[in-house]
Design a protein around this ligand. Structure first.
Ligand SMILES: [Zn+2]
Length: 355
């Protein structure tokens, strides 16, 4: 869409944000047991100039904090004079879960990210989802939803998107992440619901829950800016191109490597997330150290997710390995040599995925 010349319009929710205005609002999406409002913090930056409307959402899972910092930074970074279009920043989408610092809505453990688009007269999660979706998301043209891994695991910085949809692929590429994984998205997720409604949406997966990881946050703020450049919300800027990319198709090889025995897990891959076929990923040992099972890479690939809590039962996922071709391997090795991967070292100590 070339919206460069389009007329600016007010953004309407219960109120109205005029072109040229930034507004911080607390928007009521439910009530507590005490009858107090549950309000989500939202920043709307309505540009002086017309253009597309883009949403950013964080903490749909309440303990996934990296995205909260990304949205805070982005919402603070641009003035209406910078923006051709409108930015809708939902800082904390799942407020009850955020209060409890846990993934799900603490009442009945409902997953807000399986509740979209929601219904006005259904359970708590669906009501919240419906308020959010109707008021903010349905008015947008594109969206980025920020996540991290679930607890006890960590995820490599990557984008998940329905890469069979050309509009979604354009958005995923514009974000500039090195790794883009195909996924249609689960039913009721914000990403799959919005995308099905004609609002191309991607998920960004980044690091660990319950942490702020500055190196990843910085990349995601830059990725967001690249998206705004791609769609001419920031017409002076060009989108960024990563030096290497790996993009999976629906039928590509990625595999959860699982434990076949119970025991203590010692991760041995790293410090970079590249493993070659046959290299040791980890060892699972029993407590008498009489049996040690060495787990090796079945193919050359990138470790995009890894267990952190170092105990396993048969069937537990140890790591998520994405197959890469020789050309990508060579590019990654060259970047490792050039020191480009040094910021990724945290993954070894830190480091699966969910959205
Ligand atoms: Zn999540």
């Amino acid at each position: 869409m070339d919206a460069r010349d389009s007329e600016p319009e007010p953004f309407r929710y219960d109120g109205e944000v005029a072109p040229g205005e930034t507004r911080h609002i607390r928007y009521e999406v439910g009530e507590t047991y005490l009858g107090d409002p549950v309000e989500i913090p939202v920043t709307i930056i309505n540009g002086h100039h017309g253009g597309p409307t883009v949403f950013l959402t964080a903490a749909i899972h309440g303990d996934e904090l990296n995205g909260v910092k990304v949205v805070q930074e982005v919402a603070d970074r641009y003035d209406p004079s910078d923006i051709h279009g409108t930015l809708v920043c939902l800082h904390v989408t799942n407020v009850p879960a955020y209060h409890a610092q846990q993934r799900y809505i603490p009442i009945y453990d409902q997953d807000l990210n399986r509740s979209f688009p929601g219904k006005a007269r259904s359970n708590t999660a669906e009501r919240m989802a419906n308020r959010i979706y109707r008021t903010f998301i349905s008015q947008c043209d594109y969206g980025i939803d920020f996540h991290t891994s679930t607890r006890n695991r960590t995820t490599m910085y990557h984008v998940r998107a329905d890469l069979e949809d050309p509009e979604v692929t354009r958005l995923a590429r514009a974000f500039g992440a090195n790794v883009r994984l195909y996924g249609g998205g689960d039913g009721g997720s914000l990403r799959s619901t919005a995308t099905a409604d004609g609002i191309p949406t991607i998920t960004v997966e980044m690091g660990r829950a319950q942490r702020l990881q500055p190196a990843l946050i910085e990349k995601a703020v830059a990725g967001t800016e690249s998206v705004l450049a791609e769609y001419d919300l920031l017409p002076e800027l060009e989108p960024t191109e990563p030096s290497w990319i790996t993009e999976t198709a629906a039928d590509s090889t990625k595999q959860w490597i699982r434990a076949d025995t119970g025991g203590l897990v010692e991760m041995q891959w790293g410090p970079y997330p590249l493993v070659h076929e046959g290299e040791t990923i980890c060892t699972v040992s029993d407590h008498f150290k009489t049996e040690e099972h060495v787990v090796t890479a079945p193919f050359t690939g990138l470790i995009v997710g890894s267990l952190e809590n170092p105990v396993a039962l048969p069937g537990h996922p140890l790591c998520h390995l994405l197959k890469i071709d020789a050309e990508t391997r060579d590019e990654i090795e060259a970047e490792i040599d050039a020191g480009e991967f040094d910021g990724y070292r945290v993954w070894n100590q830190d480091f699966s995925s969910d959205d």
